[in-house]
Design a binder for this molecule. Structure first.
Ligand code: CS2
Length: 479
């Protein structure tokens, strides 16, 4: 007989810890767009800690904009799920009670929920490509399908910018206060970027509202960090051992967690410090450090590791040659960063190597390799530019770029093909169609993709040489 579903806390038997508060005693105050594994391992956990320590009506309505998968798993469990932390020295589990309900693929209901004055914060983890903001112009990108649809019909929005603007319009019309908008994606100065995108969308779709948004809505930036692989059957089996329940929404993550937030919440906020969040005046240096060091080396090792036949990050780290490249990348990345008070970058780098080594976490290189065109500008190209401008050796960044270019060909050294899983996959394929298997030609074709590389890199012969020579070796000798 299978174990009962995890649909009430009194069903939980076993080692997993239970919430330190009664979830039913707290109302909702946050709406989260993009309720994937990352949110459930990060912001929802800090909110759970905040509810336990300081209370408040801060439970979460989670939203999946398109897929029903998370709602189908969490809905019957009334938002309850097991968080499994896997470290080198063992496994710990706890049941999280912070999520009240989930709305999936139902924009009208999402809009109604966002318009409810009880919601004082809208948080987002929709991935880099989910925003529909052109990163060069910082305007709403009409080439993004949801942005185009929402500009054409702003009262029935389905995308991030359209929903935020329509909900703010409804609140303004009702004389209600706006919500605070908190981005939790790996984008530099994510709050400022989202503000620019929302304001541009408003100017085009609701010109009367743009000024009010500019004057009244807070868009704090935040840096988020926790390595969270996709759940596997082993995750669910561990949750069953920990809770004696069937939990179809369980997730696993590393013990490390970091959240640095700009403290600008005019409508109040949970006591996220209880979950370890740090509030600062300026998040930008922390974001830059994390994007350049963690995410930059992650992307590099994902492309080089995937093409070397390594399924998981931990396997890459057990390959001495690749581990040496990770170390070189971290050192080069640290060199382009300004000093940050209280942080020793060499220690940060050593901690990252240890986190990537974590033998208990099965993080797929193919998962990290996804969406390269959305990730590389802030992870690799900006640091490369900073290195070149400071007269430093750009080879580590050129190697990472070449590894992505090699990956962009969609075929391994042993001839297996794979999908790139990138929103610009069609552009990449078109750019490479008919191009010879030659490093110079491939590099030229990809450097010419509109809006991807900073122009100053594209036109720098030293950079182009460094990328080409790394790529030429990968093509001739294999990864
Ligand atoms: C990873 C990140 O998939 C990726 O691109 O680099 O998701 C990474 O695991 C997180 O940013 C860690 O905080």
């Amino acid at each position: 007989m299978s174990a009962p579903r995890l649909d009430a806390l009194d069903r939980v038997h076993g080692p997993a810890a239970r919430p330190g508060y009664d979830p039913a005693a707290h109302g909702v105050g946050i709406l989260h767009l993009g309720i994937g594994a990352f949110h459930r391992a990060h912001q929802a956990v800090a909110t759970d800690d905040a509810l336990a320590r300081s209370g408040g009506d801060w439970r979460i309505t989670g939203v999946s904009l398109r897929s029903r998968e998370v709602a189908d798993a969490l809905g019957p469990q009334h938002g309850l799920y097991t968080l499994i932390e896997r470290g080198a020295d063992g496994t710990k589990a706890r049941v999280i009670g912070a999520i009240r309900d989930v709305i999936a693929a139902d924009p009208d209901r999402v809009l109604a929920a966002m318009s409810d004055p009880a919601i004082r914060i809208v948080t987002l983890s929709v991935t880099e490509k989910g925003y529909g903001i052109d990163r060069v112009t910082r305007a709403a990108d009409p080439a993004h399908p949801a942005v185009a649809a929402d500009l054409a019909d702003p009262d029935r929005p389905s995308g991030v910018l359209g929903l935020i603007c329509a909900a703010l319009a409804a609140r303004h019309a009702a004389g209600a206060a706006p919500f605070t908008v908190l981005s939790c994606d790996n984008l530099p100065e994510n709050g400022a970027l989202l503000r620019d995108g929302v304001l541009d969308f408003a100017r085009r779709a609701r010109p009367d509202l743009a000024g009010w948004i500019a004057d009244n809505v807070a868009f704090p930036s935040s840096m988020v960090d926790r390595i969270t692989p996709a759940a596997t059957p082993e995750t669910l089996a561990e949750a069953a051992r920990q809770t004696a329940c069937t939990d179809l929404a369980a997730i696993e993550t590393e013990p490390f967690m970091q959240w640095v937030i700009e403290d600008h919440f005019p409508q109040g906020r949970p006591d996220w410090e209880a979950g370890g969040a740090i509030f600062v005046r300026d998040v930008a240096p922390y974001e830059r450090m994390k994007l350049t060091m963690l995410n930059g080396s992650h992307s590099m090792l994902a492309y080089a590791g995937f093409l070397s036949g390594h399924r998981y990050v931990r396997d890459v780290m057990n390959d001495a040659a690749l581990a040496a490249l990770v170390r070189r990348h971290l050192q080069a990345a640290a060199q382009v960063l300004p000093p940050l008070e209280g942080i020793v970058l060499a220690d940060y780098a050593a901690d990252l190597e240890a986190r990537f080594h974590n033998p208990a976490i099965a993080h797929e290189t193919y998962q990290i390799a996804m969406d390269g065109t959305q990730k590389l500008p802030q992870r690799i190209f900006q640091p490369a530019l900073a290195a070149m401008e400071a007269g430093q050796d750009p080879r580590a960044f050129a190697f990472a770029t070449a590894a992505w270019m090699r990956y962009a060909q969609g075929v391994t050294d042993t001839g297996e093909t794979y999908a790139l899983r990138d929103p610009r996959e069609a552009d990449i394929r078109a750019a490479l169609a008919g191009v010879a298997r030659d490093a110079g030609a491939i590099s030229a074709a990809l450097h010419d993709l509109p809006g991807l590389f900073p122009q100053r890199l594209t036109h720098d012969p030293a950079w182009r040489d460094a990328v080409e020579s790394a790529l030429a070796l990968m093509l001739s000798d294999g990864m």
